[in-house]
Unconditional design. Structure first.
Length: 201
């Protein structure tokens, strides 16, 4: 297992505390083995965090059921292979992390997760699993926020790379900070296979 710790200086507010939308999420997978046909079995988890503050007009609720798209590589292009239904497996209230000088008793963060075992053909070179959700109502750091949604995706490589576990952030609690105030935090990212990790902002 490889852990990489990053220290980041953030000079802007990532999101307003009163935003009425999905705040963040992650799509991850873990290789579980092969079935009787030799196909690859993975456990897929989608985790989401939403704002459930009472101060918002229409707090976004988690969908009871969602559909994710599985795209396979075919002649150099990715085409839809399956539409996979996933049900909400659980949800709970969580705490944010960071420092803000004006604690708000109405601040509410809620985490939900969806879990599904999927099977992929080992003869296909690679797949993408994707899920999109509209919208980001209440965001004041996006142009036309009401028409901008969230897109989550993860790539599966088969062959020699099939027995893989996607990397993940150890603590995915939302960062909360004051606008226009320098902020330093450490993010611990884990790859259980010991693969190297790269980052882009």
């Amino acid at each position: 297992m490889k852990k990489i710790v990053l220290s980041i200086l953030l000079l802007i507010c990532l999101m307003p505390l009163s935003a009425t939308h999905l705040l963040q999420g992650s799509l991850q997978y873990k290789f579980k083995g092969t079935d009787n046909n030799g196909d690859l079995v993975y456990l897929v988890t989608l985790e989401l965090v939403r704002d459930c503050s009472s101060q918002t007009n229409k707090p976004l609720r988690f969908d009871d059921n969602i559909t994710v798209g599985l795209y396979k590589l075919d002649n150099g292009k990715y085409i839809l292979d399956q539409s996979i239904n996933m049900s909400l497996a659980g949800e709970s209230k969580i705490q944010g992390r960071g420092v803000h000088t004006k604690p708000d008793s109405t601040l509410c963060l809620w985490r939900g997760f969806y879990v599904k075992e999927i099977t992929l053909k080992s003869t296909i070179a690679s797949y993408y699993l994707t899920w999109a959700r509209c919208c980001r109502f209440g965001s004041n750091n996006l142009t036309d926020a009401a028409n901008n949604g969230n897109l989550f995706f993860v790539k599966f490589n088969t062959g020699s790379l099939s027995q893989n576990i996607s990397p993940y952030v150890e603590d995915e609690s939302p960062l909360i900070m004051n606008a226009a105030t320098p902020f330093v935090t450490s993010l611990t990212n884990i790859d259980e296979d010991g693969d190297s990790l790269s980052y882009h902002w």
